[in-house]
Design a binder for this molecule. Structure first.
Ligand code: UD1
Ligand code: CA
Length: 469
């Protein structure tokens, strides 16, 4: 078995993003750039991975460590060598060498801002590299708009790579070349160490360019191969938010195409964001402006009218999520109906055929089967039984200024409109609460409770202004 190690370049600030966040932590629709790179790498099962950090080092280190601990990434031995000041990609790669001391074999070097490179392409590069016994094999791409990328300069025959010239150092003729460097390389470990010690910073940016090792290999009579990536868009690097937008479009397009082919009806694919962990069964309809994030699952036959945001939410078979629903860490039961304009906060559990209507907010609330809260209601920290009707304007007063308290409403209760339930409180099964009540004591089963003041009537009454006083 030939040995494989990886260096990820992730120390740059990302000046062109004009953001304080280290660039590699900028998130695509679903995860930070660096997590895309690392998950492609994990498929290669390298023996070690050195992630070069510098700008915002602690943040990058923490984000990667958290993803590793959460099992979102599976990598063997990961180290975080520091690049003290950001003096270019060559200097960054050099900073990783002490971590790879004693290693011999193939080193993959990959920029942490190239999120779409696939494991298949990386494997193909490694295979070609080893088969040809090259000193360097790099991934190139022929692209319509090469601006900003390093150009691959070949000899007259077009076979042999001579060097890579960075965009800013290109002559007008070189600028016309459309074969670009993707920033992904397989390099022989011994050659890497030797050549990095020789690169200089004599160029337009005054930086140590990793790409200069290509010319060094050529001058030393070693083999350099540039392997064009065939899958379109894999080469996209992220230097600006415009690049990020392009990457997001690719990620979403791929995912949405898969879903459409699998039997999911997405009415307006352009306005939908779907995170990679989301599971959607065939026979689901998704309306415009929908964001589905985290560990969200949509079971067969449920429908989303549009304008909704669902995060870590489970939607059971046949449920209807109407216009304008926001739900997080919630469960929407079979044939339940939510919205329009409802807010399910974490811990909301709606059992089968529950109805939650407009302007209803729930939090840490369980609603039993066939119960309904149709209008203008707050249900927080409560357990509601089956077949309960919650009238318009009902409020669980769950907070006394210090602590949260629970409300329990048992099966078959009728809570009249505009009721305040001052928790802790319980209402026994089959009880009725009169509209406008403020309840501060438990209500036993099978009872009527109401706190409504009696109506006073004065007959033949005329308001002052009518009397002209
Ligand atoms: C680089 C390549 C270019 C290629 C392009 C592909 C060089 C000199 N140029 O250019 O040929 O077409 O990627 O996307 O390599 N970084 C560090 N330390 C530094 C500088 C950069 O760790 O001192 C990291 C960055 O965090 C980033 C990566 O290296 O992840 C690439 O750096 P960037 O400045 O974006 O290089 P490009 O100009 O895009
Ligand atoms: Ca870049």
């Amino acid at each position: 078995m030939e040995r494989l190690a990886v260096i990820v370049l992730a120390a740059g600030q990302g000046k062109r993003m004009k953001s304080d966040l280290p660039k590699v932590l900028t998130s695509t629709v679903d995860k930070p750039l660096i997590c895309h790179t690392l998950s492609a790498i994990s498929a290669l099962q390298p023996e070690q991975v050195a992630i070069v950090v510098g700008h915002g080092a602690a943040l990058v280190e923490e984000a990667v460590t958290v993803a590793l601990k959460a099992g979102e990434l599976c990598l063997p031995s990961v180290s975080f060598p520091r690049q003290e000041s950001q003096r270019g990609t060559g200097d960054a790669a050099r900073s990783a060498l002490p971590s790879l001391r004693g290693f011999s074999g193939t080193v993959i070097i990959i920029c942490g801002d190239t999120p779409l490179v696939s494991p298949q392409t990386l494997s193909a590069m490694i295979t070609a590299h080893r088969r040809e016994c090259a000193a360097i094999t790099l991934l190139s791409a022929v692209v319509p708009e090469p601006r900003g990328y390093g150009r691959i300069i070949r000899d007259a025959s077009g076979d042999l790579v001579q060097k890579i010239t960075e965009c800013r150092d290109c002559s007008p003729d070189e600028r016309l070349i459309r074969e670009i460097n993707t920033g992904v390389y397989a390099v022989d470990a011994d050659f890497l160490a030797e050549s990095l010690s020789r690169i200089t910073n004599e160029n337009a940016q005054g930086e140590y360019y990793l790409t200069d090792i290509v010319e060094q290999a050529v001058l030393a009579g070693k083999k350099v191969r540039a392997l064009p990536v065939f899958e379109s868009d894999e080469w996209l690097g992220v230097n600006t938010y415009l690049d990020l937008h392009r990457v997001n479009q690719v990620i979403l397009r791929r995912r949405i195409e898969q879903l459409l082919l699998s039997g999911v009806n997405i009415l307006d694919p352009r306005s939908v964001i779907i995170d990679e962990r989301v599971v959607i069964e065939p026979g689901v309809t998704i309306g415009p402006n929908t964001q589905l994030l985290g560990a969200t699952t949509l079971r067969r036959g449920c429908s989303l009218e549009g304008n909704s945001y669902l995060k870590d939410t489970f939607v059971e078979e046949g449920a209807a999520v109407k216009f304008g629903v926001r739900a997080e860490r919630s469960i929407i039961g079979r044939n339940a109906s939510v919205g329009p304009f409802a807010h399910l906060r974490p811990g909301s559990v709606l059992k089968d055929s529950v109805k939650v209507g407009n302007f209803v907010e729930t939090k840490n609330a369980e609603l039993g089967a066939n119960s309904s809260a149709g209008h203008l209601t707050y249900l927080g920290d409560c357990t509601i039984g089956e077949r309960v009707n919650i009238g318009a304007g009902t409020i669980t007063c769950n907070y006394d200024g210090f602590k949260k308290h629970r409300t329990i409403i048992e099966d078959d209760c009728f809570i009249g409109s505009d009721t305040c339930l001052i928790a802790p409180l319980s209402v026994g099964a089959k009880s009725t609460i009169g509209a406008g009540s403020v309840l501060s004591a438990d209500v036993p089963a099978n009872s009527l409770a109401l706190t409504r003041p009696p109506v006073k009537i004065r007959q033949d009454y005329v308001r002052k202004e009518r009397r002209g006083e």
